[in-house]
Design a binder for this molecule. Structure first.
Ligand code: FPP
Length: 240
C-alpha cells in the first residue's frame, strides 16, 4: 500500500492525510476482493522498518489502525471476513493489540474470506523467528533434524496455515519488494501500478487481476506440461 505520503504531498496536505485516505482505500479493497471471490487478501500495513519514521507519523498510523478496527469490525462480521495478522504484533501499542484481539476473536469462525494484516512485519524477522521456533521443535524432539523439507520449515513461518500469494500488487510506481513475503511469494506474479495507494480503486484492482489472468504460471514446469495438467488460478473479475 505504497504512496500515501506522496499522494498527500502532491496536494499540499500533511502525510497523515494520505494515510487517512489510505484507510478508505483499505475498506474499498476489502470489499472488492470479497466481490471477486478472493479468499485471502494480505495488506502490508506496517513494516518492521516503519518504526524509523517520525514519531508523530508512527503514532498517527497506530491511531488509524485502532480507528479502522473499531469502525470496521461490524462490517467484517457482516461480510463474514476473518481477520488474521502476521508479524511481531506483540510489539504494537496495547490499544492496537487490544482491538486486534477483539476483532480476531469476533471473526475467528469465518472461513470464506480472510483478511491478513501484516503488522510490524518483515520477511527477515519472520525467518529469524521461524528458525528459532524450528530449532526449539527439533530440540524438543517434535521435528526430525533430518527432515529438510520446505513444508516442515514453513510450518514455523507466521503464514503456516495460510496459502502462498498468487499475486502481489505494489502501488506508487516503485518496483521493489521491500521485505514482504519474500519466501511465500517465490512463485507469485507481481504487478506494479503507477498509482498512489489512495488512488487504487476497483478499476485498478480489476486491471491487475486481468493482467495476472494472462500470465502463464509454470511453477518450474514446461508450457506443454501445463496444458496437460490443470493448475488454473485465474480470478473472475465479472459475473456471467
Ligand atoms: C506506505 O505509503 C504506507 C504505509 C507505510 C502505511 C499504510 C497504512 C495505512 C494505509 C493505514 C493503516 C492501515 C490499515 C490496514 C487500516 P508511504 O507513506 O510510504 O508513502 P510514500 O512512499 O509516498 O511516502
Amino acid at each position: 500500500m505504497d504512496g500515501n505520503g506522496r499522494w498527500a504531498k502532491k496536494r499540499g496536505l500533511p502525510r497523515i492525510e494520505g494515510h487517512r485516505r489510505g484507510v478508505e482505500t483499505v475498506r474499498r479493497t476489502i470489499e472488492t476482493a470479497r466481490d471477486f471471490g478472493i479468499e485471502y487478501l494480505t495488506l502490508y500495513a506496517f513494516s518492521v522498518e516503519n518504526w524509523r519514521r517520525p514519531e508523530e507519523e508512527v503514532g498517527g498510523l497506530m491511531n488509524l489502525l485502532e480507528y479502522f478496527l473499531k469502525r470496521e469490525t461490524s462490517t467484517l462480521i457482516k461480510n463474514k471476513v476473518r481477520l488474521r495478522t502476521i508479524g511481531r504484533t506483540e510489539d504494537l501499542p496495547p490499544k492496537v493489540r487490544r482491538e486486534l484481539e477483539r476483532t480476531i476473536a469476533a471473526t475467528a469462525d469465518f472461513t470464506e474470506h480472510t483478511l491478513v494484516l501484516a503488522l510490524n512485519y518483515g520477511s527477515r524477522t519472520e525467518v529469524l523467528d521461524a528458525a528459532k521456533s524450528y530449532a526449539a521443535a527439533i530440540a524438543k524432539g517434535d521435528v526430525d533434524p533430518e527432515d529438510t523439507s520446505w513444508q516442515s520449515f514453513a510450518q514455523h513461518l507466521y503464514t503456516a496455515d495460510l496459502p502462498d500469494p498468487d499475486l502481489v500488487i505494489r502501488t506508487s510506481g516503485e518496483t521493489r519488494v521491500s521485505n514482504f513475503l519474500l519466501l511465500q511469494a517465490a512463485y507469485a506474479e507481481f504487478v506494479f501500478l503507477p498509482l498512489f495507494w489512495p488512488e487504487f480503486d476497483r478499476a485498478a484492482f480489476t486491471q491487475a487481476i486481468e493482467d495476472f489472468n494472462c500470465r502463464e504460471r509454470r511453477f518450474g514446469r514446461t508450457g506443454d506440461q501445463l496444458t496437460a495438467e490443470s493448475t488454473d488460478t485465474k480470478v473472475a473479475t465479472s459475473h456471467g
